[in-house]
Design a protein around this ligand. Structure first.
Ligand SMILES: [Mg+2]
Length: 195
């Protein structure tokens, strides 16, 4: 199967890494994530002006994107998906203020998810609009993106789940009716040959 895989929040530990950098500079001043005022998809809106400026500076620098840690167990589970015969397409939204973002992200994917069948000329798509890209299975941590993809590609009358929300600390209050999982709980059919 063709699997369209988001990168930030699913295989790259982007927000926790940002928080660790802010903490190291004494700038971490976010509201607790269980605060009802937490705006999950507006990290910048949750920060003080000083922390926001530091964040924009990090994000404009390719070192941030090159140094991102991998989400725990993502490599092992992606390996299992590949062994099961599935093909990973990376669908990721660019950060435009970083001029070398595209190359940095490609280098990061090559470093952490290299595979003989992976051709990053073909399998790496940098786009903010992920909905038009067909796949058998779609995986993303942003509820709105999963919803939009599901709307376009899934037949509501067929109970074959294809659009998955990847569960994180930052979307747990938005999981609604999505099919969802994290790397500790991957659906069998994604890691089983002929599943
Ligand atoms: Mg994401």
């Amino acid at each position: 199967m063709q699997i369209n895989m988001d990168v930030d929040g699913v295989v790259a530990d982007t927000i926790p890494y940002l928080f660790s950098l802010l903490k190291s500079e004494g700038l971490f001043d976010l509201k607790p994530i269980d605060d009802p005022h937490w705006r999950t998809w507006d990290v910048l809106g949750n920060l003080s002006p000083q922390a926001k400026k530091a964040t924009l500076d990090y994000w404009a620098n390719e070192q941030f994107w090159l140094n991102l840690p991998v989400v725990p167990f993502a490599q092992e589970k992606i390996d299992l998906m590949r062994i099961a015969g599935h093909h990973i397409n990376w669908i990721t939204a660019p950060w435009k203020s970083c001029r070398s973002w595209f190359e940095a992200r490609r280098e990061w994917l090559h470093k952490h998810f290299k595979h003989p069948d992976q051709d990053l000329e073909k399998d790496y798509h940098a786009t903010g609009n992920k909905t038009p890209v067909w796949a058998d299975v779609y995986i993303d941590d942003k509820p709105a993106s999963v919803e939009a993809w599901r709307e376009k590609w899934c037949n509501p009358y067929i109970k074959y789940e294809r659009a998955f929300l990847f569960e994180t600390n930052f979307n747990h209050n938005e999981q609604k009716d999505f099919s969802s999982f994290d790397w500790n709980n991957v659906p069998e059919f994604l890691v089983t040959p002929n599943g």
